[in-house]
Ligand binder design. Structure first.
Ligand code: SF4
Length: 703
């Protein structure tokens, strides 16, 4: 607590995975203002446009859900009911389905925006008591490819470095990311570092010339989907130039021999042609990396959201491994988490194939260990349904009931019209939400009002493994209560023991205890310590022994069975939907600077809406001429799955043959023609099950 005032409390921004600290001032009239926390190590007082306007979102209660609602059949209107009635009915319906069709007939679809404590209880409820692993979150759409790649390369889902490594690095390779818009405060640190040290090299890899390119020494404007080809080509040149850390690859890594074979399968000229970049620029990128004393690779959805997302990630991490740039100052692969607490969710095992503290669902000993700890039912060995699989299962009737918590799948899922059909067919839908806007509400049988950011306490973990404490500053409106309390009350209605927590601190303490002796051990980290210090990086094993762990693998011992890192000889293949005569363009989607995901929070703020007021399609001028499209013309973008109508924005910043549309807009007044996920492909990576949002074949024409 800031000593200036009892009404001044600290928290963490609830948008992106950078995890900036904020100071919230509660005014006499009950509203809040806020500023960046100057003492917070991540942002040192800075906030981006979204963070700076968080208080507008928190103060505006006009769209908030205020009380539980329910209807007995889909043709009836929603009616206000008590919490007891809503949860008793939900429990009765869940029990009926579980008894009749088994525990796999129900599912929870949650969010990377849930607090760690919320994630923990819903995961415990589903896996440990209902007895199904059908709990997945929208992190599946975001980071799951990076999770798998970290596991393969390093033995565990562990970001090895910290943000303070930025100021120690002299080469950055930023690929499949636009951090200037999507992780702005982290990027401000890179910009400041470059301004103070002009010799620092920045390589940006992106089919679009984004704002991130404005400080790049080299922009590799590759053809979409050719990331593995490019990374392999750079690896090849690094080997040719002798810029390999021989000691590291021989003593601390496996797989270099196979890797060096695969990267020589293509000539450099062939790779350059496939990627659409010059040989000389590939050589230059390799030279910058090869000469670096500290090398950081940074990436996000451009690599993750792909039907070969895991392989793209591995091909990138390989560049750090072959050059030995890991576990030392200013070096390492840094995945930029999309959501504020996707990392915390993974820590508690909040995906359909995980168990708490990064334990492995496939390992019977791990299942037994967790089951004993929870004291519930036997944990099923079969992985649960992932995000897109849940909606497929609703469509074909395998899944009867779904509980959607803190996420808006009818804007954010790929091939979303299919997901909408699935919700129509669902026998029972529970929507746990803060806002009355999401499209999912139209399909709900029960609506549960949740407390929002600043209305509840809890913890989150950012992209550098930093656990932070979020204070409760405001009372939730109406009868809204924290998500963890909703889940615990429901668990008790189901008759389960072990959900009698007095507060979030008790849930956290249980989670922390379950991490003991694992690689993410925070058993020594109490709520009091986090509150006192504001934030701490895991692992944190014993109280008062360390302030946390900024950097992993400094001893070059990895979490794999051999103790070595693994260099993967990943095949250079692309399995995306390739353009053809009918659908000749490649569509790629992403975020804009001032909106967050499906806009249920940022869309309430006038200032943020001024930046870009409506959806658009970015198209290259040569393509626009060919299609007789002028700037501002309404266009029709079609794929095999659906279509949208958005205005054209002609820009030389995008490659010919590629169009870009933001992912934020959903239905507007029941019209879904701004919702780009009508068009996107629900093909997924076979291992991570992350969808291919960044590549599908479309046609474009003037409206
Ligand atoms: Fe919030 Fe991310 Fe902006 Fe920081 S960079 S203020 S965490 S949205």
């Amino acid at each position: 607590i800031n000593k200036r005032s009892v009404n001044t409390l600290k928290s963490t921004c609830c948008y992106c995975g950078v995890g900036c600290g904020v100071v919230i001032n509660k005014e006499k009239n009950g509203s809040i203002t806020l500023e960046g926390d100057k003492d917070y190590p991540v942002n040192k007082g800075m906030l981006c446009s979204k963070g700076l306007n968080l208080h507008y979102t928190a103060n505006d209660k006009t769209d908030r859900l205020l009380y539980p609602q329910m209807r007995y059949n889909k043709s009836m209107p929603m009616q206000r009911v008590s919490w007891d009635d809503a949860l008793e009915r939900t429990a009765a319906v869940f029990k009926t389905f579980i008894n009749k069709y088994g525990p796999d007939s129900v599912a929870f679809y949650a969010s990377g925006q849930c607090l760690t404590e919320e994630y923990y209880v819903v995961n415990k409820l589903m896996k440990g008591f209902i007895g199904s692993n059908n709990i997945d979150t929208n992190s599946r759409l975001c980071m799951s490819s990076a999770v798998v790649a970290y596991k393969v390369a390093l033995g565990e889902d562990s970001v090895p470095l910290c943000y303070d490594d930025i100021e120690l690095a002299d080469c950055f390779y930023v690929t499949g990311a636009n951090p200037a818009w999507c992780h702005p405060i982290l990027w401000r640190r890179v910009e400041a570092h470059k301004a103070a040290n002009p010799d620092v090299k920045i390589i940006v890899v992106d089919p679009r010339a984004t704002d991130t390119c404005s400080i790049a020494d080299l922009h590799l404007q590759l053809n979409p989907g050719t990331d593995i080809t490019l990374n392999h080509a750079i690896g090849r040149v690094l080997i040719e130039n002798g810029d390999i850390d021989v000691d590291f690859v021989t003593k601390h890594a496996d797989g270099f021999e196979q890797y060096s074979k695969i990267v020589f399968e293509r000539t450099l000229a062939e790779s350059a042609r496939i990627c659409g970049v010059s040989e000389s620029n590939i050589r230059l990128a390799a030279r910058y990396i090869g000469e670096a004393k500290g090398f950081i690779s940074m990436w996000t959805m451009g690599l993750n959201q792909s039907s070969v997302g895991v392989n793209k990630n591995l091909s990138l991490i390989n560049l750090n491994l072959i050059t030995g740039h890991i576990g030392k100052p200013g070096s390492g692969p840094l995945s930029l988490t999309g959501q504020p607490n996707a990392m915390g969710g993974r820590e508690v095992g909040g995906l359909a194939n995980l168990l708490p503290a990064h334990r492995n669902l496939a390992n019977p000993l791990h299942r037994e260990e967790v089951q004993k700890f929870w004291g519930g039912t036997q944990i099923a060995a079969k992985p649960g349904l992932t995000a897109t699989e849940m909606f497929e299962a609703l469509n074909d009737g395998r899944l009867k009931a779904i509980w959607i918590m803190c996420t808006n799948p009818l804007t954010s899922l790929p091939n979303v019209r299919l997901a909408e059909e699935a919700l129509k067919k669902a026998k029972f839908v529970v929507v746990q939400e803060i806002s009355n806007k999401p499209e999912t509400l139209a399909y709900a049988d029960v609506i549960l009002p949740a407390a929002a950011w600043a209305e509840k306490e809890g913890t989150m973990t950012n992209s550098e493994r930093r656990i932070s404490y979020l204070n409760k500053v405001l009372d939730p409106p109406g009868e809204a209560i924290p998500d963890s309390e909703i889940i615990c009350r429901f668990a008790k209605k189901m008759g389960y023991k072990g959900f009698d927590y007095k507060n979030a601190a008790e849930i956290y303490a249980e989670h922390a205890k379950l991490t003991a002796k694992t690689n993410i051990d925070i058993s020594g980290l109490t709520y009091d310590i986090i509150k006192q210090q504001g934030s701490v990086q895991w692992p944190y094993k014993k109280r008062n022994v360390t302030i946390g762990t900024p950097r992993l693998f400094t001893d070059k011992k990895f979490y794999t069975e051999t103790g070595n890192a693994h260099i993967s000889a990943v095949p250079d293949t692309l399995t995306s939907e390739i353009p053809d005569e009918d659908f000749p363009f490649i569509l790629t989607t992403g975020r804009i600077r001032d909106q967050w995901h499906t806009m249920s929070k940022t869309g309430k703020v006038n200032k943020l809406n001024q930046h870009i007021k409506q959806s658009f399609m970015e198209i290259n001028p040569l393509d626009a001429i060919e299609l007789n499209i002028q700037d501002g013309d309404v266009t029709i973008i079609k794929s095999r799955r659906g279509e949208v109508n958005v205005k054209a924005k002609i820009s030389a910043a995008i490659k010919q043959g590629v169009v870009f549309v933001p992912m934020h807009w959903g239905k507007i007044l029941n019209n879904d023609l701004h919702r780009i996920n009508n068009v996107t492909n629900d093909a997924v990576d076979p291992i991570s099950k992350e969808p291919d949002f960044k590549y599908c074949a479309v046609s474009v024409q003037k409206y």
